[in-house]
Every structure is written in C-alpha cells, then in structure tokens.
Design a protein around this ligand. Structure first.
Ligand SMILES: [Cu+2]
Length: 386
C-alpha cells in the first residue's frame, strides 16, 4: 500500500467518526499538504483562454434590463472576448395587486415580481449595482446563485435605505440561476416570499446545444417567475391590509410557517401572462421558457406541447433531457425548456399541480398563430348525441 493509500484509508476512518486519537491527528496533519495541492489543482482547472482576461482588460457593456416575461437584448453566441456586463437593480417596496381587490406589499428588484432576467455569457463578469432608495423602509441585499463566493455576494451588498453597493463576479457556470434578497434570519424567507427574487441566464459562449451537441438556437425566449405568497386573513376570512411592509411582518410569518400559500402566481399576479399579455409565438418558432421558483418546488407543463429540450436543473454544462411532458424545478432554482410550436392555438403553460395552477394562480397562456396540421390532430366527429 502506498503512503497516499494509507492516508486515504485513515481519512475514511476519521470521517466515519472514529475517536480522534493522537495517531489519527498525526495522519490528519500529514493529509493537509496533499489535500492543499489537490485543491489548488482543481481550482486551476477553471483557467482557460477566456479566464486569462481580467476585468480591467475587457470591454464594459451596460445591459438594459426589461420587465418579465421578456429578456434583455442578447446574442446567443458570444462574440470575441468576455465582457464586463454592468446592470443596475433598484429596490422598490410597493403594493401590488395579486388578484382583483387583493393587494400585498411586495419587495422588488426594479419594481417587478420576479425581478428582471439578466443575461450574460460564461466567463463574462457581471458588475451589479444594487440601489436601495431613501424611500425604502428596510435594508436589502442580493444573493446570486450564479456567482462563486460565500453567500453569493449577499455579504457584500447589504444596502440600507439611501445606499447603493456594487459587486463584480466572474460567471464561471453556464446555466439558469435564481437570485434573491437574503438580509439574514427570518428576513430571508420573508423578503423572498414578498417577491424579492429573479433569475439570471449564463449562456455557454457557443450558445445552447442539444442532446447530441448540435447547436440549439431559439427564436424567442420568455421568463416566467413563479411566486408563492402568504397573505394573512382576519377573523372573517378577509385578507388583511397593512400600511407598510413591516406592519404585516408578524402575521405573514405565521402564515408562512403553515407552508400553505394563499397565492401561487406567475409574474406577480393571477393572469399576469394571459389575454393581451399572453406570450406569443408562430408555428415553427422555437421558444425558450425559463422558469424560476426561489422558494418552493414546482413542475411546469405546456398543455398540448412538450419540452423538446429541457435543462431541468438549469445547468447548461449538462446535456438537456428530451421530449418531456412536465419538468421539475426545485425550490431555489431555475430551469430552461425549449419547444418548437407545431400547431396554432392558445396553449396553457401551468404549474401541473393543477390546484396551484387553476385555484391559486400559477397559469399563463401562449398564443400561437399559424396553420393547423390535421395530421397531428383532427376532430373526427364533433360532440353529438350518442
Ligand atoms: Cu430584501
């Protein structure tokens, strides 16, 4: 047995919870040198042609963020060297209407629930300025799951009302990721379920690829942010109203503890992505749907369509799954699904816990125009008496 193997055997014993004897402690000390070398080696794996450029050598571009379900203008295939992509998120605490007559205090990035989608390419830097206007009533920050570093930048971005902070990080992982406010303790879930979250897409530099590695471009992309809300009710079963976010804090936490949401909606309100605000596509167009849920598991389904390619857990380093009927989004993550529409009509895009979709609000529409294909579906006989 080599020295390295002996060390490994002894490490396993150590981790099995054997009492730490003087001998074991000595072995642990011996282990530290090779372990350090190993970690240095794996860290260096990140080095590549793109990582050699540092932020001060790169072009700086500002990304104009837009309200969901839309994405900011972006190239699917990166051009040239990485860039420093600057974005500005302005916090806004505001009353929003979840359904007619039912208002709640939301905490938002740029005024929308969810916050805007940010799009960069792998190895770009994101330089994010978080602005907390004087008009806010409390401190906020941002934890970006796309970033690398303790607390996902949350520890570097605590901003009190009247303050702003800027953080820059290298986007080393390609995929779709959640970001959210995380000010500490019970404030974390409260801010998150008050709408203070969004998503970011880090595209591979060569763009997306299918299950066999062929390019997989999209004609358009939409961002659906799903949000669970926990609204307190009075003795008569009516939703309570509060003069400020903090006034509803204690009652809301009590409802949150039940883990039973009163509303589960897409883009901040029941029906927000239906009717004149429905997503649109033409037959033959390929659409990328990005779906985030910062707090709770969900399961998107496109009624009458499929997920041709689905990055269910969000990582673009993994091959997409193909032809899924429903896909799973773990709470605290985002997923991407690509579909080429084959038939016209109004498609419902839902959380396929159908109570959550139909009763609580997690449903949207895609209006698709084009020629109907009878070969794919045809009514042979309409409803008539048996
Ligand atoms: Cu916050």
């Amino acid at each position: 047995m080599s020295i390295q193997n002996e060390i490994n055997v002894d490490r396993r014993k150590l981790f099995k919870g054997a009492a730490v004897t003087a001998t074991a402690a000595a072995v642990a000390a011996m282990v530290s040198a090779p372990a350090a070398a190993k970690s240095k080696q794996s860290a260096s794996k990140l080095d590549n042609d793109f990582m050699k450029y540092k932020a001060n050598q790169l072009e700086v571009v500002e990304q104009e963020l837009v309200q969901p379900p839309f994405l900011p203008k972006h190239d699917q295939i990166a051009k040239g060297k990485p860039k420093v992509v600057k974005v500005r998120l302005v916090i806004e605490e505001k009353l929003i209407e979840l359904e007619p007559g039912v208002k709640t205090w939301a905490m938002t990035f740029n005024g929308s629930v969810p916050g805007p989608m940010i799009v960069v390419h792998q190895y770009d830097y994101l330089e994010l300025t978080l602005v907390n206007p004087k008009s806010s009533s409390m401190m906020h920050n941002i934890d970006l799951h796309s970033s690398t570093g303790a607390l996902g930048a949350a520890g570097l971005t605590h901003v009190n009302p009247g303050e702003e902070a800027t953080v820059r990080f290298r986007c080393t992982k390609a995929g779709v990721f959640v970001y959210h406010c995380a000010p500490g303790d019970v404030m974390i879930p409260w801010h998150v379920v008050s709408g203070m979250n969004g998503a970011m897409m880090v595209l591979p530099r060569e763009g997306l690829t299918d299950e066999v590695g062929k390019p997989a471009a999209y004609d358009k992309a939409y961002y659906i942010g799903e949000q669970d809300f926990y609204l307190p009710k009075d003795k008569n079963g009516q939703y309570k109203k509060y003069d400020s976010p903090i006034a509803g804090f204690a009652d809301t936490v009590e409802v949150m503890k039940s883990l039973v949401p009163t509303h589960i909606v897409f883009n901040g309100a029941k029906g927000a992505i239906t009717g004149k605000n429905a997503m649109t596509a033409d037959v033959g167009e390929t659409v990328l749907f990005i779906h985030s849920q910062a707090n709770r598991d969900t399961r998107p389904h496109l009624i009458g369509g499929h997920g041709d390619l689905v990055w269910e857990r969000g990582s673009f380093a993994d091959k997409p799954q193909t032809n899924l009927e429903t896909w799973f989004v773990a709470g605290g993550s985002a997923a991407a699904a690509m579909y080429t529409f084959r038939q016209p009509g109004i498609y419902a895009y839902v959380n396929h816990n159908l109570t959550e979709a139909i009763v609580l609000g997690a449903a949207a529409h895609v209006k698709v125009e084009g020629e109907w294909d009878n070969d794919l579906m045809e009514q042979i006989s309409g409803p008539h008496k048996i």
